[in-house]
Design a protein around this ligand. Structure first.
Ligand SMILES: [Zn+2]
Length: 176
């Protein structure tokens, strides 16, 4: 497993739609291992393949309570319900966070590394947020395009409320 260099905005790699995976071969399995290693190294809760420069429709997600990463090959959101306001960050836009609207409930279908289709649903939590964030990446979209307003993007540590957090900005709920 290898930690890969991250791609940062405004790299065009992040604004292009990724290609579907046709065959889950050794190359895809190696890529997924590297994605998981890179996500762990960066303390992210998710990572999309194009964030390490590979334009394939693959994402990994691991929120703090998960013992292992969930691998999503060719994920699609099949249903969204409701709306909520969340704070979010991105490994490809380091040092910033923003406030945006995400769905309250999300249902996603994907394939696992074994090629078998499965579904995940999540509601009002970090997993729901990460699913939408990662699938947005695979569509070539960044969270900053969904901000409630331009003023709703800030540098981590520059808000008064951030300074009051005992564990500092690293402890803020950041996504991938
Ligand atoms: Zn991201």
């Amino acid at each position: 497993m290898v930690v890969k260099p991250l791609v940062f905005a405004p790299d065009a790699m992040l604004s292009r739609r990724t290609r579907r995976v046709r065959q889950i071969d050794a190359g895809v399995r190696k890529l997924v291992e590297d994605m998981i290693e890179t996500m762990h190294d960066a303390n992210g809760v998710g990572l999309a393949a194009n964030q390490i420069g590979v334009p394939l429709r693959i994402a990994v997600i691991q929120i703090p309570e998960d013992e292992e990463a969930t691998v999503l090959i060719n994920p699609e959101v099949v249903r969204r319900e409701g709306e909520r306001e969340v704070e979010e960050g991105c490994l490809s836009i380091p040092g910033y966070q923003g406030k945006l609207k995400r769905s309250f409930k999300v249902r996603v279908k994907a394939q696992g590394l074994d090629g078998k289709p499965f579904r995940i649903k999540a509601e009002d939590d970090l997993r729901a947020q990460a699913l939408e964030h990662e699938i947005d990446h695979l569509e070539g979209r960044l969270y900053v395009e969904r901000l409630v307003s331009k003023e709703q993007l800030w540098k981590i540590g520059e808000r008064e409320e951030d300074e009051q957090e005992p564990d500092g900005p690293e402890a803020a709920p950041s996504v991938n």
